[in-house]
Design a protein around this ligand. Sequence first.
Ligand code: SF4
Length: 290
Amino acid sequence: MANPARRLAENVPGDVYVDETCIDCDTCRRIEPSVFVEGKSFSYVGRQPGNDAERLRSLMALVACPTGSIGTVSRADARPAIAAYPEAVAENVSFCGFTSPDSFGAWSWLVERPEGNVLVDSPRAANPLVNEIERRGGVSLLFLTHKDDVADHARFAKRFGCERVLHERDVTADTRAVERKLVGEEPVDLGPDLIAIPAPGHTRGHAVLLYREKFLFTGDHLAWSPRVNGLTAFRDACWFSWSEQIRSMERLLDFRFEWVLPGHGWRYQAPSAEAMRKELVKCIDWMKAR
Ligand code: SF4
């Protein structure tokens, strides 16, 4: 819970604030960019919410914040913001909110399917979120893009009895019990509408998940950057191999998708799969020049 005594001096005066425990994960800035702005390795409130919609979005940022670094002087009722998660993104895909400090605030996604729901990367296993996911049918498959974003995977597996999928190269002591381990670099069918695509680079065993040839869940492999107005990858947070990450990016040119839904960085919807491919080519050229 945020502490007003530790309120950052950069916050504008008013009810909503960020305290000095912020880890600069960027979650709040993506949820309500008109209120939360970027500081020097932290976020702060640059403008107080000006209407009910902005206030709700600010409270949704408070709920999603991995470190409980956002507070309100008035101790505002956060129940409507809690109830807003998982938040619909498009069709049957939702953003889970409730990010975890164990994955540095990485975003998790829920896909509700008649064949069984898919959770992509693990959010914080907060009771309101877990209960809501249960109400929506639970989780059959928990796809873990890489070892950094596994967070509360064991609690979700225990609660829902879901199969966890992770590439064997990213298995650690914490994920040894994962039910299905991907091997090699060939794409793997996980169902009629789901393809796991190994994408080494950020980590040795990173993988992305393609759903319906439309939604690509990219973990820390690929994201949108409003700053460069294009797709991007994180050179400074490439823990394994930048050249491998470029090769993995090139392999994605063989697939069609319109959405990029990352763990870190901004999501993006292209007008078409062809337009997304052009963005991906631009991104690869940019990566090669780095
Ligand atoms: S969501 Fe929380 S930890 Fe992340 S940048 Fe905002 S205040 Fe900081």
